[in-house]
Design a protein around this ligand. Structure first.
Ligand code: KG4
Ligand code: ZN
Length: 329
């Protein structure tokens, strides 16, 4: 009997060096080297530093991943890597590394779109077949996709300004919670009163399925400037309530319009507990990635590669701007 291919996936689209290994939706390894501490003092990702750090750690991350999966490189059947979107310098590190590894060990190379990786993160130890609706909410993206098939994605809406994770990070910074502060803000919000401050829900009267978080960000920072003694947990909870409400409301509206009965929520913000709780209450079938696969990682790239075994794309370049609808078929 032919065994399912073992795929190694690499992601270096931003500031995390991720290498994962999967076989038939099973995650055999998922190692992520985070650069949070390096960028924290600058309050955001410094692209040049990020590229150098990827170069420094990528060999060790590969070693760890192989060790965790209890495999030798010779047992890997194919290598996949993110080719876009992301920071050009950081993308180039993982993409060149993946190509070189595949070339030197005579294995197929599979280029993967970063957002397709986020969508495929829900395949971990699970199975789901399109069609479904997918909300990707991360530090760099907030978009709703009509996933008609693996490889066929129609964008229904997107943020007009900040991504949801970016808004979390900016407010977290304002509250002195470090960078990236999404998880810390959410933790703080647990002890706050979410109705203490009544911020306006963005984009309420729109016809479509877009998002906007910059007005909310301004409202929160104006409040914090005016009321220096405002309880931080209350600010965090009131802010989180509106971001989550916006994501849930627009997604539910899109599900109604398209008739989808299943919503997949992926990307770093899918690690948010309140978001998971509120989506679970809208009466549709929900699918989230395991917490470890919500934020950027290599396993999701390998999971996506399983579905799209596009081989031999050696001449593909890193693409900082890359709409998901343009993925190679
Ligand atoms: O998917 P990801 O790792 O990177 C991008 O592709 O952008 O997402 C990172 C984002 C950050 O903005 C981070 O603050 C946010 O996800 N995030 C969270 C939580 N955990 C991570 N936001 C809200 N609640 C969380 N628990
Ligand atoms: Zn991402």
């Amino acid at each position: 009997m032919r065994k399912d291919p073992i795929i190694l996936g690499i992601d270096s689209s931003c500031d995390d060096t991720g290498i994962g290994i999967v076989q038939n939706n099973q995650v055999l390894a998922n190692i992520v080297s985070s650069q949070d501490a390096i960028h924290a003092e600058w309050g955001g990702v410094v692209p040049e530093k990020a590229s150098r750090e990827h170069l420094k750690v990528i060999d060790v991350v590969l070693e760890h991943a192989l060790r965790e999966a209890k495999l030798e490189l010779s047992q890997i059947d194919a290598i996949a890597a993110t080719y876009g979107p992301g920071l050009i310098g950081t993308l180039l590190v993982g993409l060149s590394y993946g190509k070189a590894l595949a070339w030197a060990s005579d294995k197929p190379f599979i280029p993967v779109h970063h957002l397709e990786g986020h969508i495929a993160s829900v395949l971990a130890d699970s199975e789901i077949e399109p069609p479904f609706l997918c909300l990707i909410a991360s530090g760099g993206h907030t978009s709703l996709f009509d996933v008609q098939a693996w490889g066929k994605y129609i964008e229904l809406g997107r943020t007009r300004d900040d991504a949801a994770g970016e808004a979390f990070d900016k407010i977290a910074r304002l509250l002195g919670l470090g960078f990236p502060g999404g998880a810390a803000l959410s933790k703080l919000a647990e002890s706050g009163d979410d109705m203490a401050f009544k911020f306006t829900l963005p984009m309420q009267r729109q016809e479509g399925f877009d998002f906007s978080f910059s007005g909310l960000k301004t409202a929160v920072s104006t409040l914090v400037k005016k009321q220096a003694d405002a309880n931080k947990a209350d600010v965090a909870a009131s802010f989180e309530r509106i971001v989550v409400k916006s994501l849930v409301t627009v997604s539910a509206k899109a599900a109604k319009k398209t008739g989808h009965k299943t919503i997949v929520v992926a990307g770093g913000v899918a690690a948010n507990k309140r978001l998971r709780r509120e989506f679970a209450q809208i009466g549709l079938e929900m699918k989230f990635p395991p917490f470890a696969l919500a934020t950027d990682n290599g396993a999701m790239i390998a999971l996506a590669a399983q579905k799209r075994f596009v081989v031999g794309a050696w001449d593909i370049d890193a693409k900082p701007y890359l709409p998901l609808s343009s993925t190679i078929a």
